[in-house]
Design a protein around this ligand. Structure first.
Ligand code: GLC
Length: 747
């Protein structure tokens, strides 16, 4: 007993010392911030709230500046974006060091899915459901970016989206709030590391706050209107997950939310983010979003725009210049308090101290480290691994895949076969001083794989868009000489991304006609579909014997695709967004409400919630993805059938690899709250496991269900779990439910 007491005493003392030390360190930073703040003029304070684009490149409508250099020299700029490389960042930082108080600049960049080493687009990565691999991907991106002078990435984008017409779905993690929150957390941890200030860490930025992915019609920048309950239940949780991961910054979204543009939305930026969630970082507007409120119509001019934004809680103005041009007058007019200005400046200075920039403004400007990290041989290996894990096997009739390595002749056809940069997708980074030689095209990947053992034939066949069929004959001729045809088709990479909403999401041009011509040769055809969003491809889905959805896989695309084609990696990815049968079905998502007249199947549509001219089902559902092997689910056991509010329930199941290939299975746990004070989705993802199983191997997994997993926001926006029955489902997708049971929450 005495031993235990002294041990507890020791732990308490140690803890006290640690807390005091930490407080001392934090107090030190806060003290330093306050001491700098006390020296600043109002003009210099406003300067910290001002962010300009460097002239290197632009990711928005450019406003050229006459004397950016002079403004930096006078401490009137707090940050630059799109400024990369140790040389260029060092040169700008040197100018900032000429200012009176020598406050260092922050350099921000959209490092969305890799810096030089390019990873799969985030929507593709999300289909890996591999949180460790996703974190590593962000970690490597941060390592390369920080080695090139970048302090801050405008990522992760954590907008939930149920509409593939919206081009920016490629940046996110799909339609599900639970998975999206887990991925958001992993990405922040990857970018920021254990704590800011490490050389390999960059500040992350949760964007776009909030509900940008719910734009009406899937049209970028369009309005969003929803109940607070829907906002809290579906769209906010991934942002809250980033706060839980101690994210350094947030970015406002372009859209108006329930009539109030996010950049001036006090409910979002102050009431929820800073007050309720306790966020202590800073908020930057999206590009020009402060000034764009004049277009929105909630303000008359730049003066009112700056007033609305700063008072709502937007701390930094990206590129609109309305803060720079109006805040001094707003303070003089008592329209903006100096307290609010000081709060915004403190938040920004605190991050600059945490990054170590006051101690050494050039600590991220080491050219030797830059060269080392940008050429780190481990980075492409990680990129290849997660790229393989992101490829979704949609169809594989008669086990056409994997291809035999003894195949004599392969015809590799299509407009994307020899494309290089296309594989990087949208939001790639053109790193200064690098070329594209490190990007592995799909053709190169196949050559690397087969060497001189297999004869490779090539034909482009057609362009990505347009209706030129002149290349069909050559493609057919080449196909006839082969044992198997691989056809790589899809979108151009600039058909998804920002300002890339599409009213129809078919495969452009005559690419599916090319497939038809190739199928007519009687040769087996494997189709690779490259895209930044779910597409509609009826002919391909109905007629191609094998389909791999290869998204945009980044700089190791060719090698990853070849690994999957020949079975060196057994595809394990599962869709994180529903693929509609037609654009007319949108929005279509798995976790929908039942309605009062649910159609139970396609033969049950009279006076039911269904289209009279289309199936009620999507082409491919959330959580769908095939493997070269098969998995059996069995022995579902619940350790209890009734639980009280504070108790946990354990549900275990056995998964067996019943096929001939080792593989990985993403086992999904869904719950349905059968009766509650408001209607609940027919199912909600509440947990998952990605498990590796050798052929013939079985593993038992256990899910733990607690009150958190049973809770939801009720009509009063209270986070509650209500007594009643729940249906528990374990499956290989949201439609392929293998095991079911029920349990009751008794109070
Ligand atoms: C763009 C994007 C945003 C990006 C910013 C800076 O308009 O909306 O995601 O981080 O501008 O490039």
């Amino acid at each position: 007993m005495r031993k235990v007491t002294s041990k507890i005493l020791f732990i308490i003392i140690l803890n006290t010392i640690l807390v005091q030390a930490l407080t001392a360190q934090t107090k030190t930073i806060n003290q330093k911030v306050d001491s700098v703040l006390s020296l600043m003029t109002l003009d210099e304070k406003i300067g910290q709230l001002n962010q300009y684009n460097d002239d290197w490149t632009a990711t928005g409508p450019v406003t050229l500046d006459k004397d950016k250099r002079g403004q930096i020299q006078h401490g009137q700029v707090g940050s630059l974006l799109n400024c990369m490389g140790t040389e260029r960042t060092r040169s700008w930082q040197k100018i900032a060091m000429q200012s009176r108080l020598k406050i260092p600049l922050l350099f921000g960049q959209d490092v969305i899915h890799g810096f030089k080493t390019t990873f799969p687009i985030p929507l593709a990565e999300s289909c890996s459901w591999d949180l460790d691999a996703i974190e590593l991907s962000a970690r490597i991106a941060a390592t390369e970016a920080s080695a090139s002078g970048i302090h801050w990435t405008f990522a992760p984008m954590v907008d939930i989206c149920r509409d593939p017409r919206w081009g920016r779905v490629m940046e996110g993690a799909g339609e599900d709030t639970y998975l999206g929150s887990k991925i958001a957390y992993a990405r922040v941890k990857g970018f920021q590391g254990d704590k800011l200030g490490e050389l390999n860490s960059v500040m992350a930025c949760a964007k776009h706050f909030a509900a940008y992915g719910a734009a009406v019609g899937g049209r970028d920048y369009n309005s969003v209107d929803m109940s607070d309950r829907q906002l809290w239940e579906t769209y906010l949780p991934p942002f809250k997950a980033t706060v839980d991961a101690h994210i350094a910054t947030f970015m406002t979204s372009f859209n108006d939310l329930n009539g109030v543009p996010s950049t001036a939305n006090k409910y979002l930026l102050t009431d929820i983010l800073k007050n309720k969630w306790g966020f202590d970082g800073f908020v930057v507007s999206d590009w020009g979003a402060v000034g764009e409120m004049i277009e929105h119509g909630n303000v008359k001019n730049g003066y009112e725009a700056a007033q609305a934004a700063i008072n709502a809680g937007c701390d930094m103005d990206m590129e609109s210049r309305d803060y720079k041009n109006n805040l001094e007058q707003l303070v003089k007019d008592n329209k903006v308090s100096i307290t609010r200005i000081d709060d915004a400046v403190r938040r920004i200075l605190r991050k600059k101290f945490e990054l170590g920039l006051f101690a050494d403004p050039f600590r991220f400007c080491n050219a030797d480290r830059e060269q080392m990290e940008l050429n780190n041989p481990n980075h492409p290996i990680a990129a290849r691994n997660i790229a393989r894990e992101s490829i979704v096997l949609l169809k594989n009739q008669h086990h056409l895949l994997p291809l035999s390595k003894d195949t004599k002749t392969i015809a590799f056809i299509g407009p994307l076969v020899k494309a290089v940069k296309q594989n990087k997708g949208f939001w790639d980074v053109e790193v200064p001083g690098t070329d594209s030689s490190f990007i592995v095209s799909q053709w190169q990947g196949l050559e690397n794989k087969v060497g001189n053992k297999t004869k490779l034939l090539y034909a482009k066949g057609c362009d990505i868009d347009g209706n030129n069929r002149n290349g069909f004959a050559e493609a057919v001729k080449v196909a006839k000489q082969a044992d198997v045809v691989i056809l790589s088709i899809g979108e151009r990479r600039d058909l998804s991304g920002e300002a890339k909403s599409r009213s129809n999401i078919n495969i452009p041009g005559v690419q599916e006609e090319l497939l038809k011509a190739l199928l007519a040769t009687g040769k087996p055809v494997v189709v690779l579909i490259n895209a930044g969003r779910p597409l509609v491809f009826d002919f391909t889905a109905d007629n191609a014997p094998a389909i791999l959805y290869t998204w945009w896989l980044g700089s190791e695309a060719g090698n990853a695709i070849a690994d999957v084609l020949f079975g060196d990696y057994n595809p394990s990815a599962k869709l994180t967004m529903t693929f509609p049968l037609s654009v007319g079905q949108i929005p279509i998502y798995y976790n929908h409400f039942n309605t009062g007249r649910p159609a139970k199947n396609d033969n049950d549509r009279d006076y039911k919630s269904a289209y009279i001219d289309l199936s009620i089902y999507p082409r491919y559902e959330f959580g769908y993805g095939l493997s070269y092997t098969t998995f059996q689910y069995s022995k579902l056991q619940l350790n209890k059938k009734k639980i009280k509010s504070g108790e946990q329930l354990e549900a275990s199941a056995t998964i067996t690899n019943t096929g001939n290939y080792d593989g990985e299975e993403i086992v999904q746990l869904y719950l349905h709250d059968l009766v509650s004070s408001i209607v609940r989705p027919v199912m909600e993802l509440k947990d998952f496991r990605k498990i590796k199983l050798k052929a013939g191997e079985s593993k038992t997994i256990t899910f733990v269900i607690d009150k958190e997993k049973l809770s939801f926001f009720n009509q009063q926006l209270q986070w509650v779990a209500e007594p009643g029955e729940f249906e528990l489902m374990i499956g290989a997708s949201s439609r392929d439910i293998r095991l079911k049971d029920r349990f009751e929450l008794v109070e």
